[in-house]
Design a protein. Structure first.
Length: 474
């Protein structure tokens, strides 16, 4: 198969938890595709030596932890971030479709995701300077090569800070962000305030929650928009009088400064004549997405609406929060996909958007969109003792949306697919359950019968055991 030629340097920047971590020669984080739950258990036993000091700021703690490549398969850490696809299939697709070679013009940037995005942006700047200089010097026709960044989730914040605040815009041709919470994610705030949500709390959950609350990176993922219900209206998290339980006030304040630095630098660059099209966000849409919350005691009660509107999103990042400040949703400088956050980078529609941004000439396809756009809800974490619920909603703006045959396929650690036809509840709402699931990572793909594969929506779920009362229950 002919590969499309690329003369630029392509850099893949993963999201939080997307980089393998080593300590003293042993891997402390790096789930294999079939051992996600075991990796969570192992990590929970190591968090005491991996937690960060309160005054870490934008520095490294000097604890010997080093990044060692991207996580290849599904990975999750309850209380930090939900189940997410690994980066092996994305890297393979890039090598298959384009003239990209690791160590030459394809750089996979692993980083210590516990640390501040500013710290990791500085490390990214160092790696890009080295790799781009080497690539430009490798042939005369590459002397003017630039950088194309493909950043997933929190990796987009690292990439944005590099581009806008550290001079990266001078050498960057395109910054592509996949499901990046440019304005934050309420899930991050929920992890800090409520911790790991369990049916019965156990020591493993306590350790993971305590670890999560030390992370500057997780605080930088907290919403930078008004999301908390109050008698005066909606407040930003840092505006709550007396602070929020479980949230480090200094880290939260600094996170607000971090986002303001990016916005101000981007505004100044565009004001000088720079292109707002430098950043292209790829945004998941129409999935049920937590957007606001009410604080009751020391827990957040989560809502899918904001001021009475259901904005949707990718299930983790609200639609409006996935756009940088300088990119309006109707500007044409964005792409949308009917995809959930954890499965976003493997979605067919997202791959087509990436191809269009990397290839010399975009491909033209017809009828690849879903006939009936679906929103899908599957719990992020669920105990093995209970049936896993699956819900779907068909878009009501097309005739027949309440008369579909909606099918769900579930694939787990054994690789054997299970199928269900979801029950029609009326009004375009469909539901079903999968029973007798052993612990592990599961992929649930839902689509209307007759739709092409591009119309499917994939959600990811982590099924846990009930050992010692540790039933992860969302």
């Amino acid at each position: 198969m002919r590969r499309e030629s690329i003369e630029d340097l392509v850099v893949v920047v993963p999201g939080i938890m997307g980089s393998r971590l080593m300590l003293g020669g042993r891997e402390v984080w790096g789930p294999s595709p079939t051992a996600v739950w075991q990796a969570v258990r192992t990590f929970a036993g190591s968090v005491r030596e991996l937690a960060l000091p309160r005054d870490i700021g934008d520095d490294h703690p000097g604890d010997g932890v080093v990044p060692a490549g991207l996580v290849p398969g599904l990975h999750a850490l309850p209380g930090v971030w939900p189940l997410t696809d690994g980066y092996d299939t994305l890297a393979s697709w890039l090598r298959r479709e384009f003239t990209l070679r690791p160590g030459a013009n394809l750089l996979e940037f692993a980083y210590d995701w516990r640390l501040s995005c500013r710290y990791n942006a500085r490390r990214l700047a160092d790696r890009v300077d080295e790799a781009l200089g080497r690539w430009r010097a490798s042939a005369p026709e590459r002397a003017d090569a630039r950088v194309r960044l493909i950043c997933h989730s929190m990796g987009g914040l690292v990439g944005r800070y590099y581009v806008e605040c550290l001079g990266g815009a001078e050498v960057t041709r395109r910054l592509i962000t996949l499901g990046t919470p440019h304005r934050g994610s309420l899930g991050a705030l929920d992890s800090l305030v409520s911790g790991v949500r369990l049916g019965r709390r156990g020591p493993r959950a306590t350790r993971l929650t305590g670890f999560a609350r030390t992370l500057p990176s997780l605080h930088q993922l907290v919403p930078d928009y008004a999301c908390l219900e109050n008698h005066r209206g909606l407040l930003k998290p840092r505006e709550v009088t007396g602070g929020l339980p479980g949230v480090d006030p200094a880290l939260l304040k600094d996170a607000g400064t971090f986002h303001a630095e990016i916005r101000d630098a981007a505004s100044e660059r565009v004001g000088r004549g720079g292109s707002y099209r430098l950043c292209l966000p790829v945004v998941g849409v129409r999935q049920p997405t937590v957007t606001t919350a009410a604080l009751e005691g020391e827990l957040l009660w989560l809502r899918d609406t904001i001021e009475g509107r259901d904005e949707g999103g990718d299930g983790r990042v609200p639609r409006f929060a996935a756009y940088p400040a300088e990119v309006a949703p109707d500007s044409g400088s964005a792409r949308t996909a009917f995809a959930t956050h954890g499965a976003l980078k493997a979605h067919i529609g997202v791959r087509e958007s990436l191809f269009d941004q990397l290839a010399p000439a975009p491909r033209v396809h017809r009828n690849t969109g879903p006939a009936y756009p679906l929103g899908v809800r599957v719990p992020e974490q669920w105990p093995a003792a209970e049936p896993l619920p699956v819900e779907a909603w068909a878009s009501g703006d097309r005739a027949g949306s309440d008369e579909l045959a909606v099918r769900a396929e579930l694939t787990g650690p054994d690789g054997i697919p299970r199928h269900r036809t979801l029950r029609n509840l009326g009004g375009g709402h469909y539901s079903g359950r999968f029973t007798d699931l052993p612990p592990g990572a599961y992929r649930v793909t839902v689509r209307a019968a007759g739709d092409a594969a591009a119309g499917a929506v994939t959600a990811l779920a982590l099924i846990s055991d009930d050992e010692n009362g540790d039933a992860w229950h969302r």
